[in-house]
Design a protein around this ligand. Structure first.
Ligand SMILES: [Zn+2]
Length: 258
């Protein structure tokens, strides 16, 4: 791939919309082309700063969002608009190419989780957003994803669901929950372990690191845990350790059945 082609794909690449082959080709080009890498770094820097603002805003904080949009539009970068947050997070993982991915411990599953967290943290799930029972979570997902999600035993302490909806990481359907963890909003994705087949990098990390681990970049962290055929992925601003612990607790308590 040459500089012109990279430039042409830059928008979709930043938005994580390129297919795997193109993404790899761009990452390879960036490793050996200074000017393209610099250009991308500049984009990344702005989007990182945007993501910082967005991370601090409450769901539904439209005023802050409009201010950010205004700032972006003024600087002539219309492409970013509301997709900026998702792109920034994805880009943070993508910009350094494969070597950086390995060093930072990020994986394909983590990128999907971060992108969805950034995208969906802007949306309200219900009006008003109030704590849900786990029964209500199960009921609202029933029949909308190809597996049933339930919680066994008492509700996990300190993890309060406030929204649930079907979602997908790539082609894999996931039960997507918004929860409060110690007052912080986090995204929780629950999926059958069999779905790991679609995330070979994550599968490799589970093999190396064991059944629970966390990673992150910038302010956003992801905690992953798997147990008994279920995979739980918690994403948000709290520390990787806190998120890994939450994922571990949920993986212990959540039951997924087909
Ligand atoms: Zn180039």
């Amino acid at each position: 791939m040459n500089c012109g082609e990279v430039l042409r794909h830059l928008g979709p690449y930043l938005d994580s919309e390129c297919d795997r082959e193109v993404t790899l080709a761009i990452a390879e080009h960036l490793e050996r082309c200074g000017p393209c890498a610099e250009r991308l770094a500049r984009e990344k820097d702005l989007e990182d700063r945007l993501a910082g603002h967005l991370g601090a805003c409450e769901p539904g904080d439209d005023l802050l969002w409009r201010r950010l949009e205004g700032a972006v539009t003024r600087s002539g970068r219309r492409r970013l608009l509301w997709r900026g947050a998702a792109a920034a997070v994805v880009l943070a993982f993508a910009v350094g190419g494969a070597s950086l991915l390995l060093r930072s411990g990020a994986s394909d599953l983590v990128r999907a989780a971060c992108a969805d967290h950034a995208k969906l943290s802007r949306e309200k799930f219900s009006e008003p957003e109030e704590p849900l029972s786990w029964e209500a979570v199960s009921a609202s997902l029933a029949g909308r994803i190809p597996f049933a999600v339930s919680i066994k035993g008492p509700s996990p302490e300190g993890i309060t669901p406030v929204g649930a909806r079907p979602c997908a990481f790539g082609d894999e359907p996931v039960a997507f929950l918004r929860c409060c963890l110690g007052g912080e909003p986090v995204s929780v994705a629950i999926l059958p372990e069999a779905a790991l087949g679609s995330f070979p990098e994550a599968a490799g990390e589970f093999a190396r690191k064991g059944d629970a681990f966390s990673c992150g970049r910038g302010d956003l962290h992801v905690g992953l845990a798997r147990r008994g055929g279920t995979l739980v992925c918690v994403t948000g601003l709290p520390s990787g350790e806190a998120l890994r612990e939450a994922a571990r607790i949920l993986a212990e308590r959540v039951e997924v059945s087909r």
